[in-house]
Design a protein around this ligand. Sequence first.
Ligand code: HSE
Length: 406
Amino acid sequence: MINVAVLGYGTIGSGVVEVINTNNALLKENIRDDIQVKYVLDLRKFPGDPVEKVLTDDFNVILNDPEVDIVVETMGGIHPAYDFSKAALEAGKNVCTSNKAVVAECGHELMTIAKANSVNYMFEASCGGGIPIIRPLYSCLTGDVIEEITGIMNGTTNYILTKMFEEGASFEHVLKEAQDLGYAEKDPTADIEGHDPCRKISILSSIAYNKQMDYKDLYCEGITKLTAEDFKYAKKLGAKVKLFGTSTNTKDGIAAMVAPFMIDSSNPLYSVDGVFNAIFVKGNMLGDAMFYGSGAGKLPTASAVVGDVVEMARHLHETVNKVWSDEKISIIPQEKVMNAFFVRVKGSVSEEGKKVTELFGNVRFVETQELPGEFAFITEAMPEGEFNRKAEQIPGIISKIRSRLA
Ligand code: HSE
């Protein structure tokens, strides 16, 4: 019998219990052993819920029970999630999590402790919810040098951007609607400011490049400055605006950032709308691959967690995944990162556009009758520092969005 303890009976934790109970016969076949949830840790009571039978509010009961093989951490936040995970690993128990905050901050340390104790620390659900991406990076793609990972890794912001595009609505209006419908958190800061995808791209990059990427080193820009007017231009250009977490492995080093990008239909991420996520991976032998699906939500995320549970149940006393090196990735300074820009400016192409051409050379101008008194231009790719120095010399810049238009 494989005994599982679930820490936290919130959305994901209750999903994990549901998946283990609903698909128990299948899991038993896959593991070739019985599996049950022996404990659920939560300080709350759940009167009438069958979970009552296995509920405990004392982590030590789980820690000191030698029958517990696998601990599922679905608490969220760093403390006590990190402390409980560490203690469980040191006690020789396998741990898996959906908690990207802990993985981004302490993943290397927890994997090292797991290895020292011949157990596993797994986190498939921490990036892309139900989409398999971590296991492919750890196994299927290990024959490739990974050249790029670019993803739409946040369902909340992709939902907001999709609505802004489809309805021409303002950011504030769509955010309020998303909160009323329960799609966006009451405090949506981590999503809309890009902190959530920043942690996710750091985790994926650490695996892909086998070095520690510190999410705090990344340039991180969310979607709060985007306006309905930006989307009028996007429509005119046959483009969409998407929040990317992206890292590229260049000859000069690794560039990584989170920011909104304007893309057209030639980009494989163009059709990823609503709460869906997708992660594009380029390998030096593989070429392009894309992983698409439900990036958030109770059962998709729980499905990924239970995938880890099965893997760990098959390897209870053997560490499966390589621990990435603790050498820190030195990210290319943002001013040296190459990007093209879409820029809105007050004035007209015939007047203010002259200065734009003088400074930026070969640009593409865009005007729309819907927005008189302004125009936009799209630069070629250039180091961000060069763009900033030139842009400072143009009076009346309204906004800018990075561009990956073909
Ligand atoms: N808040 C996250 C999102 C949850 O909207 O994608 C999944 O990590």
